[in-house]
Design a protein around this ligand. Structure first.
Ligand code: NAP
Ligand code: 12T
Length: 339
């Protein structure tokens, strides 16, 4: 329960990681009302400092008293750390916005995308979950369509960048690429196979049903965020040798018929969405253009005439921003608005 204040003592847990680093930048660029910034990471980062608003902030390690006096903590240090430390932070009077998969499907934890279900913030009990990156960009686009035409089923295939896995995966893609171009042997540590010049139909771990955990996050999180368990989603999630931005091919079946033109009009006024769709001018979203932006870009909007009411589209968003850091900061901004 956040109390209204002028400024908030704000923490980033996992501040040295790919997402945490983006969180610090996002707090700065959005002029978030930070009273004091506290940064946490593992013992490996002891002694490090990170720049925030022209000052160097030391990186601390976590202990039982770390969260005393902190109003808002953005967690991005893995599910295990969130499982252990988020409840403790809440007991210290802190509101936790958690980027890991630990609490997302917990019925006591709201799973929030501010453009889609800000109303669910009302029932939080201290922890608020940030959805999976691939799910966030998809629901931002599905919501306005669902509101007018009811989405019955979605078939999604993702093309996910390595930054989704973290800093080590970005290093691995760069290292493998330079090694291959210099005729050197490569090593695989983060991914099971070479990721440079390759494509892997495997994100997160495989489950009993033959799907990956990433695919099932898209299925289950979409229903929870949209507040409609009847929406059927089937996903194939694929890792591609791209540093930043996830792309997705969506096939959407609606109850009510929508033309491609109507979908284009609908999405062009939707919050957080930019329609970038003029195939005759070779205009469609691509990761290198979308990297560093805040919106979900939509192109290739066209009717699927193999089913009654079907639409195909291609969407791209920056997974470290809207897929992670930005969405978390937007949740914090909404909380402040409601405080
Ligand atoms: P990353 O680059 O590997 O960074 C991990 C961060 O966690 C680092 O700051 C690391 O600190 C810290 N950490 C590790 N062990 C710790 C410990 N014992 N105590 C405190 N801090 C510890 O990974 P990332 O890509 O930023 O992802 C981090 C988290 O965000 C994961 O939970 C991931 O699932 C989640 N995530 C969510 C989305 C999403 O879909 N919304 C997208 C990407 C990631 P050191 O530098 O000291 O090791
Ligand atoms: N394995 O937060 O590897 O559920 O791209 C996000 C991204 C888990 C998550 C990835 C992952 C998550 C990845």
């Amino acid at each position: 329960m956040l109390k209204k204040k002028e400024r908030y003592v704000t923490a980033v847990v996992g501040a040295t990681g790919a997402v945490g680093n983006e969180m610090v930048k996002t707090l700065e660029t959005r002029s978030f009302p930070v009273e004091r910034l506290r940064l946490f990471a593992s013992e490996r980062s002891e002694g490090k400092q990170i720049e925030f608003r022209d000052t160097m902030v030391p990186v601390e390690t976590l202990n039982e008293t770390s969260f005393e006096g902190i109003d808002i903590a953005l967690f991005s240090a893995g599910a295990e750390r969130s499982r252990i430390w988020a409840p403790l932070a809440v007991r210290s009077g802190c509101v936790v916005i958690d980027n890991s998969s630990q609490w997302r499907m917990d019925p006591d934890v709201p799973l929030i995308v501010p453009e889609v279900n800000p109303h669910d913030l009302k029932w939080h009990k201290g922890i608020i979950a940030n959805p999976n990156c691939s799910t966030i960009q998809m629901v931002v686009v599905l919501k306005p369509i669902h509101d007018v035409a009811r989405v019955k089923r979605v078939v999604v295939t993702t093309f996910q960048s390595v930054s989704g896995t973290g800093q080590k995966a970005m290093d691995e893609l760069l290292q493998q690429t330079t090694d291959l171009l210099n005729f050197r042997e490569i090593t695989c540590a983060v991914y099971p196979y070479q990721i440079a010049f390759n494509v892997l139909p495997h994100i997160d771990v495989f489950l009993e049903n033959g799907y990956t955990k990433e695919e099932m996050k898209m299925v289950n999180e979409t229903k929870k965020i949209m507040g409609d368990p009847s929406i059927r989603v089937t996903a194939t999630t694929v890792r591609v040798p791209v540093f930043r931005c996830h792309s997705e091919s969506l096939n959407i079946e609606t109850e009510k018929k929508l033309s491609a033109r109507e979908v284009r009009a609908l999405l062009s006024t939707a919050p957080g969405v930019i329609v970038y769709d003029a195939p005759e001018k070779k205009i469609y979203p691509i990761p290198i253009d979308v990297a560093g932006t805040d919106e979900t870009y939509v192109g290739r909007i066209r009717e699927d005439d193999t089913i009654e009411n079907g639409i195909n589209m291609w969407i791209v968003a920056d997974n470290l921003r809207k897929g992670a850091a930005l969405n978390a900061v937007q949740i914090a901004e909404k909380l402040i608005e409601l405080a």
